[in-house]
Design a protein around this ligand. Structure first.
Ligand SMILES: *Cc1c(COP(=O)(O)O)cnc(C)c1O
Length: 403
């Protein structure tokens, strides 16, 4: 397959990546999503939008983020060279701001004055609240009461940034109920509101838009890597939750002779409920408004999932990933909690970079590959920094060499 026209060819007009994707919506929400699609497809080509997004990335987010050569880590493993794309240095400390600023700018261009979302661990909520503050938009974040208790620092951040955090008290009081509450709000308020989805998932046009806004990550990384080394990397890798940081990293390499690998969380093991490796153990289905690969329980409902990295515990994956695997362009592998924690310490001790537990999964995979291959180069998307995970890791694993 020739991938040179890939971005033009996918998704199709109705939001399909092959058989995956689409928009499975209640009738009364269809016009709202069509309005976003039409507006986006016009606005994203206007020079005003493009220039403003460029300025924001440079002056507010601190882009471009660098590519960094991990010399000490690489040497400790053998001859293979590991490089990081430092999305942890993006403003707010992770890649999520890339699509939140894009979504916020789109809201502004569409004349909407309110953006809403659900959040689980609070990372998406913080990124969106940041965008709302920047653009002067009203921001409402739905969050399960249980998660609010667990994630106090992120709740505080959202509130300091001026967002309203609405506790959701139905059902299990976690992410699923928060999604329902945010959807209800959107049903009532779509005339002046945009519902900002937190990853490359959801009904069309979100997987496409989020991908387009994250594309900058791989685009910068490809050019920076070529400048640094004169070559392309042998392997490009990133962790996969919903699939936003990975899709942005992968696509600019899609037409290159480069192996691309997405890394899913194996959690505590292979049993359903112990991991969130949707691509590895899931099957096709429709969930949250799109067709993709997902983990289901006996009733066909989204299965309970688990990962040490709360940003990765999602029972499905963006439809474009399902497609890229089907056509054989991207491979998916797994890393366990334990491997992620080992990588977390290794990168901290050998390079002075504390990675997010999500990103640690990709680092763990790179470490495994480097040991096996003994040559070549691996470029890892370091999607975020690990400050948010310190308390949890120390409480559960101590300072590693002590135990
Ligand atoms: C949310 C998050 C992820 C997972 O989300 P994707 O959409 O799969 O990228 C990965 N890394 C960090 C640091 C996150 O905050």
């Amino acid at each position: 397959m020739n991938y040179s026209t890939y971005l033009k060819d996918y998704p199709s007009k109705d939001g399909r990546f092959g058989k995956f994707g689409g928009a499975y919506l209640p009738d009364h929400l269809i016009p709202a999503f069509e309005e976003i699609t039409d507006a986006y497809l016009t606005i994203c080509h206007s020079s005003q939008f493009i220039n403003e997004l460029r300025r924001i990335r440079r002056e507010f987010q601190g882009r471009p983020t660098p590519v960094y050569h991990c010399e000490r880590l690489s040497r400790s493993l053998g001859k293979c060279q590991i490089y990081l794309k430092r999305e942890d240095l993006n403003h707010t400390g992770a890649h999520k701001l890339n699509h939140c600023m894009g979504e916020g700018l789109l809201a502004k261009f569409m004349g909407k004055h309110r953006i809403i979302a659900e959040t689980g661990a609070g990372q998406h909520g913080v990124a969106l609240a940041t965008a709302a503050a920047f653009f002067g938009l009203e921001c409402v974040i739905y969050m399960g009461e249980v998660d609010i208790k667990k994630q106090a620092p992120n709740v505080a951040r959202m509130k300091v940034l001026g967002a309203k955090v609405v506790p959701v008290t139905t059902g299990l009081k976690t992410l699923k109920e928060a999604v329902d509450a945010a959807f209800e709000d959107y049903l009532e308020n779509y005339k002046d509101t945009i519902y900002c989805i937190g990853s490359a998932v959801g009904p069309h046009p979100f997987p496409m838009m989020v991908r387009d806004f994250q594309y900058i990550v791989g685009e910068e990384a490809r050019e920076q890597f070529l400048d640094m080394t004169g070559f392309l990397p042998d392997v490009v890798t990133a962790c996969v939750g919903g699939g936003s940081n990975s899709i942005g990293m992968f696509l600019p390499f899609i037409n290159d002779p480069v192996e691309i690998v997405g890394v899913e969380p194996l959690g505590r093991g292979e049993n359903l409920g112990d991991h969130a490796a949707s691509m590895t153990y899931g099957s096709e289905g429709v969930m949250h408004g799109f067709d993709s690969i997902m983990l289901k329980d006996e009733k066909g409902e989204p299965a309970p999932v688990y990962s040490i990295a709360s940003g990765l515990d999602y029972p499905s994956v963006g439809p474009e990933h399902a497609f890229l695997r089907e056509i054989g362009r991207v491979k998916y592998d797994v890393a366990s909690d334990k491997e992620a924690v080992d990588a977390f310490y290794k990168l901290s001790r050998l390079e002075g970079i504390i990675p997010a537990l999500e990103s640690s999964h990709a680092v763990a995979y790179a470490i495994r590959r480097a040991k096996e291959s003994g040559a070549g180069s691996i470029l890892v998307n370091l999607s975020g920094r690990g400050d948010k995970d310190l308390d949890y890791v120390i409480e559960n694993y101590g300072f590693e060499d002590e135990n």
